[in-house]
Write a protein that binds this ligand. Structure first.
Ligand SMILES: [Zn+2]
Length: 266
């Protein structure tokens, strides 16, 4: 593997350990690298977030597997520069061929034959690239409504949250299908349009969509915005701190009714 990364770095420059390990652990070291675009990179991020469950490892162990990834695995994202490197890798593998990077200099051990396939064959079904579902307008509306209703249900201050809801209308959804069923690729309308982020959400049980990946992203990445449920989160954090100090104020008591956790699905 070392030779592979060395040869690739000669073409695209330094490749972070996170990128190397992410591609290895999501079974991407084959000529399918030419397909690395925004959508596929989103799937890799989504696969990484599922690794603790798939491999039955803790988040910390998976972070170690990624060469000491510093962030939270549950909110795993590549840095903007890493996304660029991934696209450069795709372009170079397309230009020079996968073989170019796996050929060892003479005298050294040759690369595993089974990896020298011209057509990408995912070794495990779970990593197969999901197919786009055609004419999925109805499902797209279902997902959009679910997300909208999720926040509408939690509205606290119509005026302050109006910009959030205005922007939420711009949400883009694409439906794909793999062996686990439908998956919605939700492009976050709050992220920088120069570097859009997509979140993958799936059905929980027939007819419902689990929006926690999206609401979790909003909570983690867009804390600077007023969104429904945010005040509750703040008060809860505040309450936890004051519980520690054992000094409730009246204002905090006003909020101390048990609000539903943002992770609970409707
Ligand atoms: Zn975002």
């Amino acid at each position: 593997m070392e030779h592979f990364w060395e040869a690739l770095s000669k073409e695209v420059g330094p490749i972070s350990t996170t990128v190397q390990m992410a591609l290895e652990h999501t079974k991407f070291i084959h000529s399918g690298l030419v397909y690395l675009d925004n959508t596929t990179i989103d799937y890799i991020e989504s696969d990484i977030r599922r690794l603790p469950k798939l491999l039955n490892k803790s988040d910390a162990e998976v972070a170690d597997m990624l060469g000491g990834y510093q962030g939270s695995i549950q909110d795993f994202h590549f840095m903007a520069g890493e996304r660029c490197v991934l696209k450069m890798i795709a372009a170079k593998v397309k230009e020079l061929g996968f073989q170019h990077f796996v050929q060892e200099p003479e005298g050294e051990e040759s690369y595993d034959e089974s990896s020298n396939l011209e057509i990408p064959v995912p070794t495990e079904k779970i990593y197969s690239v999901p197919e786009l579902v055609p004419n999925a307008d109805e499902i797209v509306d279902e997902v959009k409504n679910k997300i909208f209703n999720y926040y509408d249900f939690r509205r606290e201050n119509h005026e302050l949250e109006k910009p959030f809801f205005d922007r939420l209308q711009l949400i883009q959804v694409e439906i794909r299908r793999d062996y686990l069923g439908d998956m919605a690729r939700v492009v976050c309308p709050f992220c920088d349009t120069e570097c859009p982020t997509a979140v993958i959400i799936r059905r929980d049980k027939p007819g419902t969509w689990k929006v926690s990946n999206f609401s979790g992203h909003v909570k983690a990445r867009h804390d600077d915005m007023e969104f429904p449920g945010k005040q509750n989160i703040k008060v809860r954090r505040c309450r936890r701190r004051s519980e520690k100090r054992n000094e409730f104020t009246d204002e905090m008591m006003m909020y101390s009714i048990e609000e539903s956790d943002v992770k609970i699905e409707m």
